[in-house]
Ligand binder design. Sequence first.
Ligand code: FES
Length: 578
Amino acid sequence: MSQGNGSGRFRSSASYGKLDRDGFIHRSWMKSQGLPDDVFDGRPVIGICNTWSEITPCNAGLRDIAEHVKRGVWEAGGLPLEFPAMSLGETQMRPTAMLFRNLLAMDVEESIRGNPIDGVVLLGGCDKTTPGQMMGAASVDLPTIVISSGPMLNGKFRGKDIGSGTDVWKFSEAVRAGEMTLPDFMSAESGMSRSPGTCMTMGTASTMASIVEAMGMSLPYNATIPAVDARRAAMSHETGRAIVRMVHDGRTMSQVCTRAAFENALRVHAAIGGSTNAVIHLLALAGRLGVELSLEDFDHLSRDVPLLVDLQPSGRFLMEDLHYAGGVPAVMKQLQPLLDPTALTVTGAPIGAQYEKAEVYNGEVIRGVENPVKPDSGIWVLRGNLAPGGAVMKPSAASPELLTHRGKAVVFETIEDFKARIDDPALDVDASSILVLKGCGPKGYPGMPEVGNMPLPTKLLEQGVKDMVRISDARMSGTAFGTVILHVSPEAEAGGPLAVVRTGDEIQLDGPARSLNLLISDEDMAARLVVWRANPPPPKATRGYAKLYIDHVLGADKGADLDFLVGSSGSVVTRESH
Ligand code: FES
């Protein structure tokens, strides 16, 4: 047995390297799992942080993935130790998985910091699991690599490919418009989700996985290899080797997630038509790392990036197609002049080495900058008297004719109010109206649900209306589409101007000018806000995590992190209770 005095070169040596009572306690209980003496010989201990869960179906394949990571860790001379983290299933959790992203981040942060591990592999995939894990890991800042669940196989229905989420929204609107029968709609259910893995559209999960890869926080092709493809298992094995090398090299997460990495990620985000949710997650992650990143960066950095990837919801194809077309490295190759090739990756190689030899194998799926899918992509950040803290929209998913629009507001105070009245035949609404939804921001719901892509009134769908301008303090699913203005800040619950919009008020959207204004005078606005502040709504929770969340959550324009979680506490723990 080669245990020592705890002065080994790794963090875990303080627990496993001591020949004293404390060392006995740390090692002996671990040996109950059948670990031999010599695994405590000073080798790197690799935590495998797993959000596997049967009620997070998108992450259901991660138990197998963990086994492949362990092979690589053992082979490279490390000790792999898998541990669970709170899992957040987007389609299952109520009231919304986003309420718990910060709770997962706290779980991950304290699990990493409190345990004797030297490096960590994060296994996540479903929308909130990737950012929650990364935020937590960033606040500890050990060597860290991400492996995503990988996308589901393409959906299939009656001879056609169908996409997670995106076709649910399309089909359900078709049912309401009388263009599709309910039995036909239900029969699409099984064909949409044919394997483990994340939504195979460019929804939030695929967006975050692509961003992880573009930032150099994973091995190449992490975002696109289908969840059930053997190459994902092989990549996981290689990741096991890579994390051991990363620990030996002393390369930490903050050395990879630099401002240059964020800038590269924002440009890739635009080129892939990524989810609006990435805005909130990346702002929160940057806050943990101390990287300067603003809402405006999303707009500025995407201005010269057209939509290059023809994936749903902005385009036609699905993640499997993107992988066969060359994956994220091939997309980055198209963007080469706009990227910083020197940004460091988890392997120690610059990101440029990850894409310089990449090729596009299907020019329909991955276009060149001279032949883009659409000229406008990325995120537009709107400001004006209706959104002084900013609001976002995704032009690639919007109707071009609505990007500049003036219309009368039809206001819904809550999502329940919306559901109760949207199909009322007496509702005074037409195609030029602007639907306004309040009470769905971080504090207001609470948790900022994905309801900003409000379904259109049935009576308008029956007239053939396909899109309307919609404004809210909510988020929307990354798989959704439409001329939808989201994340209005400050939110209504916090007394933002959105709180005082009334049905019949006129609103002016000028997307190209990045403005969003309620057409009332400054005096009217001020008077309405005085009345609102005199009688604010009661808080939406009085105990438990929801109260903690409401009391401390930041606005969407700051990433909706909890105020006391911004920043990092590092990995050092000075006290020992044994
Ligand atoms: Fe989990 Fe889409 S619901 S990735």
